[in-house]
Design a protein around this ligand. Structure first.
Ligand code: ADE
Length: 407
């Protein structure tokens, strides 16, 4: 994997030479190239920032050094790297960087990181870059760092350790926090009874000493659930969905009423923002209002799924008014933080199952540019039928499998 990092503090990235990441570099698993943004300035002071238009505190990074630095990075493409990297811009205003994102980015042959400083980078750099490569703005968490360098260290470590050959024991990648959406179970080593300086003795849980692997696996799973419930209850809905289609059943299901229109619109906007963050998924469709959503609730049956009261997913269904043997499915939406964990497929299967017995065909409408949803529905047996009713939408159809014949 190729990794390029552009920063005004190249020395900040020195830890990439240490430990397992340094070894991966020496073993040729990763090729890390760090670039000094100031090398792409042309004035005596090597200026990279200026005051913000419209006023306000702090300084903004200028577009010119960034476009030249990124052009330099793009110009070093080779056969192994592919034509362009995915450009990651760490920032507190980005999508959450989590284990699922790390796994996704570990698949890319080439990643470039743009480390912002000060108040951030001139917005036109994002537009410029998005015309040349995929751009992801990613945040480590809901707090503000002074710049992107520390975030790059954290993200590269999370990504690179997933590459084959970096972590010696591949099994240790499976049984750890956030894999499967749960926190890790407690771990112990020898001695089985440890006495501290105050004379207090603590024992290792009995089940771990007995060698009954099934009992150990059950105990560990229970510990992961208990620990996740205690420390990160927000992960539980996500974890449930990660367990497969049954994940949907842990959510509270209801049919939407006009009172839900505001929340459904918020969910639509969240899904839309998710697409803006990934410009290639942006459909450019006009924004809807609460009244539009309310009107749609009258002509469709919209199903909502909630976790602890929060609307996390919804889908709408109805019998096709023109062809009554067709079951229409649309507006399949999952909140961005739970996307890509199997919930979309479960939602689609639930929507299909809601079709009455005489239905022979499903028709799914989605944004023509919603690549993950299109991929998922094709895996579920759907084929593109043609442009949909709304602007920028596409219709996919699937024949309903005949029920097992009754004897
Ligand atoms: N840069 C500044 N704050 C950040 C954060 N929370 N995550 C990633 N990059 C950042």
């Amino acid at each position: 994997m190729r990794l390029d990092v552009v920063s005004i503090f190249p020395d900040y990235l020195a830890p990439l030479d240490l430990s397992l990441i340094g070894k991966a570099r020496r073993d040729g698993i990763i090729d890390v190239r760090v670039h000094d943004l100031r090398d792409f300035t042309h004035d005596r002071h090597r200026t990279v920032d200026d005051t913000p238009y419209g006023g306000g505190a702090g300084m903004v990074m200028k577009p010119q050094p960034w476009s030249e630095a990124l052009t330099h990075v793009l110009g070093s493409a080779d056969e192994a790297s592919g034509p362009a990297p995915i450009l990651v811009v760490p920032g507190p205003g980005g999508q959450r960087f989590d284990q699922a994102r790390a796994r996704e980015l570990a698949e890319a042959p080439w990643l470039a990181f743009a480390c912002g400083r000060y108040e951030g980078i001139d917005e036109r750099v994002y537009e410029w870059a998005a015309e040349r490569m995929e751009v992801r703005v990613l945040s480590l968490g809901d707090y503000v760092l002074n710049g992107g360098e520390v975030a790059v260290l954290a993200m590269t470590e999370a990504i690179v350790r997933l590459l084959p050959g970096v972590v010696g024991n591949a099994e240790s990648l499976v049984e750890e926090s956030h894999e499967g959406g749960l926190l890790e179970y407690p771990i112990y080593t020898k001695p089985s009874a440890w006495t501290d300086a105050a004379g207090v003795t603590r024992e290792v849980p009995e089940v771990l000493l007995g060698g009954n692997h099934e009992a150990i696996a059950t105990w560990r799973h229970e510990q992961r659930l208990a620990r996740t419930a205690a420390r990160r209850p927000d992960l539980l809905a996500a974890a449930a969905t990660a367990q497969g289609p049954d994940g949907l059943s842990v959510l509270d299901h209801a049919v939407a009423t006009p009172a839900d229109a505001g929340e459904i619109l918020t969910l639509q906007k969240a899904c839309r923002l998710e697409m803006v963050a990934e410009p290639q998924h942006w459909s450019g469709a006009p924004a809807e209002t609460v009244d539009d959503v309310r009107a749609d609730l009258a002509s469709w049956t919209t199903h909502t799924f909630r976790s602890e009261g929060r609307l996390v997913a919804s889908v709408r269904v109805r019998r096709d008014p023109v062809d009554p043997s067709t079951w229409q499915i649309g507006r399949l939406m999952v909140v961005p933080d739970l996307q890509g964990r199997g919930l979309e497929r479960a939602l689609l299967e639930r929507a299909e199952a809601l079709g009455p017995a005489d239905i022979t065909r499903y028709r799914l409408s989605t944004g023509a540019d919603q690549q993950p949803l299109l991929r998922m529905s094709k895996k579920a047996g759907y084929r593109t039928a043609g442009p949909g009713e709304g602007p920028g939408t596409v219709d996919l159809t699937k024949r309903r499998a005949a029920p097992p014949s009754s004897r």
